[in-house]
Unconditional design. Structure first.
Length: 232
């Protein structure tokens, strides 16, 4: 089987992070968790996986794009054959490792995204749907050659547009975005959402939601509606 690296940004909601990591570590894949200035519960959780995962620490929350860039850089430097960018609020179903590796060996000019679905006992990796439109990349699997094409994700992108950048660049380079119909995942959502806003002067009301623009990284982070009020 191929050498596989799976990278996960970790910030909050320790229970979700635990479920995500547990779906990864019982495979031959190497797992890299990015401690994105995580809260204390997540830091303690990552310590319980010592010896089973690699942890990279960031003094600030770099959100998905910054963390994914760390994973891409490490995976390329260490010559992994397959590099996966994931989210800590998604859980891959059993059988994902064998299925994803088999698919990329046969179809290296694809980037694979598991479908949100219930798990199957014997998922068929050959059943895919090719995506032509927008798609959320809660887990993405690509070859090292593909990773080199998309690295680095531009720092000036909004934090949820990193996957769009990846899909766009690879499509322009002749790759197909393949959604695996039976190799699936469960997406819980929410673990990377900002829940504390210190600089309320930077909060603006937009489309009935409150957004916070990080002045250092020009990132825009969704805030839970009604939790904060804009300063007058």
């Amino acid at each position: 089987m191929a050498r596989v690296l799976v990278g996960i940004p970790c910030f909050k909601v320790a229970d979700q992070v635990r479920r995500c990591l547990e779906s990864l570590v019982e495979t031959p894949a190497d797992v890299m968790a990015i401690d994105n200035a995580a809260d204390e519960d997540v830091k303690l959780l990552l310590n319980t996986f010592e010896g089973r995962i690699k942890v990279a620490h960031s003094p600030i929350n770099e959100f998905c794009n910054g963390a994914w860039n760390r994973v891409l850089e490490y995976g390329i430097e260490q010559n992994y054959e397959v590099i996966s960018l994931g989210s800590s609020d998604a859980v891959l179903h059993p059988g994902w490792y064998e299925g994803m590796c088999s698919r990329l060996v046969e179809f290296p000019k694809e980037i694979l995204v598991p479908k949100i679905r219930e798990p199957l006992q014997t998922p068929d990796y050959r059943k895919v749907t090719y995506s032509e439109g927008g798609l959320a990349g809660y887990f993405m699997f690509m070859t090292r050659e593909a990773a080199k094409l998309v690295f680095p994700i531009p720092r000036d992108l909004f934090h949820w547009y990193g996957d769009s950048h990846i899909f766009k660049v690879l499509k322009e380079s002749g790759y197909k975005v393949a959604v695996t119909e039976e190799l699936g995942a469960y997406h819980e959502q929410g673990s990377n959402r900002l829940v504390n806003l210190h600089e309320t002067d930077a909060a603006i009301l937009h489309d009935k939601r409150i957004w916070y623009k990080d002045p250092q990284y020009t990132e825009v982070i969704e805030i839970v509606p009604r939790r904060f009020k804009r300063k007058s």
